[in-house]
Write a protein that binds this ligand. Structure first.
Ligand code: ATP
Ligand code: MG
Length: 553
C-alpha cells in the first residue's frame, strides 16, 4: 500500500486537525531517550514515528536526551544513540538537546511554584510518604509540611541544591490534591537530593528533577507541538498538563500516548538488555543476537528493513506483541531485493575433476534481478569445494527430495558445469574426504546432452582461489515466546544454541573485498555480512537471517 492509500493513524488525524484548525502552524516532535543504555527495536518504532511525522508534515524533530538521572547515564550511551538515529536515516533539527541544558530554568520554575503557593519542601521520610499517600481506594493525607511558609520552602530548596541536606531527608513536591483519584496528582515529587556527578553538569547540582517535572517543560521550551510517548505515561498526562498550566512556559505542548512495540522471543527493556551485557550472556550491546539497533546493524540488518517494519506497525492506543516473523519478513524482503549474491561453502568437502582443463574464469550475475550491478567472476579449476550435505552415496534417494549430487549421477554447479560424481574417497573412519568427479563439457550456460538429467543446482567455490572464513550462525536469543512475562525470569530462557561458530568455511574469491555490515546472499544458505569487529586477517561473517523462515514453532 502506498503512503497515500494508508488510512491515517490516530496521531496523524490529530495533527491534520490541529493544522487545519490553525492550532498548530508547524509540526515539531522530539525523540527523548534516556541515555542509560543502547536503543532497541522498540525505540526504532518511536524514532520512525516521531521523525516520520515531522517529515510527512514538513516539520522538524528534535533529539533530546532525558538526562535527569545522573547515576545511570553515560556519555557512551549518548554517542551510541546519536549514531543509531543517524544510521536509521534520520537527522534531528539543530543541535542535540539535553534536559540538563534546562536545569537552571527548571530551578527558577520550581521557585516560582513555591512563591505561588503551589510547591513545598516536604520532610516526610519514605515510609511516612507512602503512608500519607493513600491507596487507589483511599485518599491520601496532607503532609504536615504542606502549608509551611513560602520563605521556608525557598530556603530549604536552596539548601538542598547547595548540598547542605542529606539524600532522602527532604524533597520538593507540587501542591496539587492528596485526594485525587489519580495517584500521580497526590503532591508529586519535583526534586530529589542526589549527590551524584552528572555526565554533563558534573557536580553543579545536588538535586535532580523528577521525570514529570522535566519532560513537559522540556517540550514547552523546545516548542514541541505533539509530544508522543508510550502508553504507560497516560496516567501522567494530567500532571504534564498541570505543570504546563501553572508555569509561565513559552508554549503549550500536548502529550499523546501510543502502544509500545513488543516482539516475541526477545526483550525490549534497556535494563534487561543491560543485564544480558553485564552478566556476559552476550558479547556486548552490539552482539548480533541483541535486539538493539547496534546489534541488528552488526548482524547485517539494513536501516530500510527496520524502517519498513516500523511503518508496517499499527500506531494504536493498545500495547501488542508482534511476531518476530513479521520483522524477519521485512529483513528478508529488503535483502532479497538488494543483497549481492555470492557463494560460500559452510561445511566443505573437496571435489576433484578428472577431466578439467586449465583453470578458467566463469562469471555469474551479482544480482539476478539487477543486471545493472554487472557480473562477478568465478575462478574455476580442477579442484573445488562443495558442501558435505550436498552429496550422498545413496542412489535410492528420490529426485524430488534430494536435488543435489548423488554418486553416479549429475548435478549442475551454479554458474558453471554439469558434473557427474564418479568415485568417493574415504578415510579410515569412513568419512568422505574427497569426491572424484567429471565435467560434462560445454555445459556452462548450456543444457547438457540428451539423457543427462542433473538432479538440481548446488553451490561451490574454487579450491585454488577462495577465501577461508569463519561463519557465525545466530538463532533467537530466547527459546520462550514471552521470556519476561508473568513471573518468568528471562535469564532462565536464554537459547543455549543461539550462536554456532563454523570454522574452515570457504567463500568465493570476491568475498576478500567484503565490507563490514554489507550483507550478501550466500546462495542457498542465507544472508551474511562481514563482522564489523577487528579480527586481524581472519574473515568472519555473521548470518543475518536464513533464506526461509525455518523456525520450529
Ligand atoms: P526502556 O524500558 O527500554 O528503558 P524507556 O521507555 O524507558 O524504555 P526511553 O529512553 O525513556 O526508554 O525512551 C525514549 C522514547 O522511546 C520514549 O518516548 C519511549 O516512550 C519510546 N520507547 C521506548 N521503548 C519503546 C517501545 N518498546 N516501543 C515504542 N516506543 C518505545
Ligand atoms: Mg526510561
Amino acid at each position: 500500500m502506498s503512503d497515500d492509500a494508508k488510512p491515517l493513524n490516530f496521531i496523524q488525524q490529530i495533527i491534520e486537525k490541529d493544522l487545519a484548525e490553525g492550532k498548530v502552524s508547524k509540526v515539531v516532535t522530539r525523540f527523548p531517550p534516556e541515555p542509560n543504555g543502547y536503543l532497541h527495536i522498540g525505540h526504532a518504532k518511536s524514532i520512525c514515528l516521531n521523525f516520520g511525522l515531522a517529515q510527512q508534515y514538513g516539520g522538524v524533530c528534535n533529539l533530546r536526551f532525558d538526562d535527569t538521572n545522573p547515576e545511570k547515564e553515560e556519555q557512551e550511551y549518548v554517542d551510541a544513540i546519536k549514531e543509531n538515529v543517524r544510521w536509521l536515516g534520520f537527522d534531528w533539527d539543530g543541535e542535540v538537546r539535553f534536559a540538563s541544558d534546562y536545569f537552571d530554568q527548571f530551578y527558577e520554575w520550581a521557585k516560582y511554584l513555591i512563591t505561588e503557593g503551589k510547591a513545598y519542601v516536604c520532610e516526610l521520610n519514605a515510609e511516612q510518604t507512602r503512608a500519607y499517600r493513600g491507596t487507589l481506594t483511599e485518599p491520601g493525607k496532607n503532609s504536615p509540611h504542606r502549608d509551611r511558609p513560602v520563605e521556608e520552602s525557598l530556603a530549604l530548596l536552596e539548601a538542598m541544591r547547595n548540598g547542605d541536606k542529606e539524600e532522602g531527608s527532604m524533597v520538593l513536591r507540587a501542591k496539587i490534591d492528596m485526594a485525587s483519584p489519580n495517584m500521580n496528582l497526590r503532591d508529586p515529587v519535583m526534586y530529589r537530593i542526589r549527590k551524584a556527578s552528572h555526565h554533563r553538569t558534573g557536580d553543579k547540582w545536588n538535586i535532580y528533577p523528577a521525570y514529570d517535572f522535566a519532560h513537559g517543560q522540556e517540550d514547552a521550551i523546545e516548542g514541541i507541538s505533539h509530544s508522543i510517548c508510550t502508553l504507560e505515561f497516560a496516567a501522567n498526562r494530567p500532571l504534564y498538563d498541570w505543570f504546563i498550566e501553572n508555569l509561565p512556559v513559552p508554549s503549550e505542548p500536548h502529550q499523546y500516548e501510543f502502544g509500545r512495540l513488543n516482539i516475541n522471543y526477545t526483550v525490549t527493556s534497556k535494563r534487561k538488555l543491560k543485564n544480558l551485557v553485564d552478566d556476559g550472556h552476550v558479547d556486548g550491546w552490539d552482539d548480533p543476537r541483541m535486539p538493539t539497533i547496534s546489534g541488528l546493524r552488526r548482524r547485517g540488518v539494513t536501516p530500510a528493513a527496520i524502517r519498513n517494519f516500523c511503518d508496517s506497525l499499527a500506531v494504536a492506543k493498545t500495547d501488542g506483541i508482534v511476531d518476530m516473523a513479521q520483522f524477519e519478513f521485512f529483513i528478508r524482503e529488503d535483502l532479497n531485493d538488494n543483497a549481492p549474491r555470492a557463494m560460500c561453502v559452510l561445511d566443505p568437502v573437496k571435489l576433484v575433476f578428472s577431466n578439467a582443463d586449465a583453470a578458467e574464469t566463469l562469471s555469474a550475475p551479482t544480482h539476478p534481478n539487477k543486471p545493472e550491478l554487472g557480473e562477478r567472476s568465478l575462478p574455476f579449476s580442477s579442484e573445488i569445494y562443495i558442501d558435505r550435505a550436498d552429496f550422498s552415496e545413496d542412489t535410492t534417494l528420490s529426485r524430488k527430495k534430494f536435488k543435489r549430487l548423488v554418486l553416479g549421477e549429475y548435478v549442475r554447479l551454479r554458474g558453471a558445469y554439469v558434473i557427474k560424481a564418479d568415485e568417493v574417497i574415504k578415510n579410515e573412519q569412513g568419512e568422505v574426504t574427497e569426491l572424484r568427479c567429471s565435467i560434462v563439457p560445454g555445459t556452462v550456460g548450456e543444457n547438457p546432452p540428451e539423457g543427462i538429467r542433473p538432479r538440481g543446482v548446488i553451490h561451490w567455490v574454487d579450491a585454488n582461489d577462495c577465501i577461508d572464513c569463519e561463519v557465525r550462525l545466530y538463532d533467537r536469543l530466547f527459546n520462550e515466546a514471552a521470556p519476561d512475562s508473568g513471573d518468568k525470569n528471562y535469564l532462565d530462557h536464554i537459547n543455549p544454541d543461539s550462536l554456532k561458530v563454523l570454522t574452515g568455511c570457504k567463500g568465493e574469491a570476491g568475498l576478500k573485498a567484503a565490507v563490514a555490515e554489507h550483507t550478501y546472499q550466500f546462495e542457498r544458505e542465507g544472508y551474511f555480512c562481514r563482522d564489523s569487529k577487528d579480527h586481524g586477517d581472519k574473515l568472519v561473517f555473521n548470518r543475518t537471517i536464513g533464506l526461509k523462515d525455518n523456525w520450529k514453532k
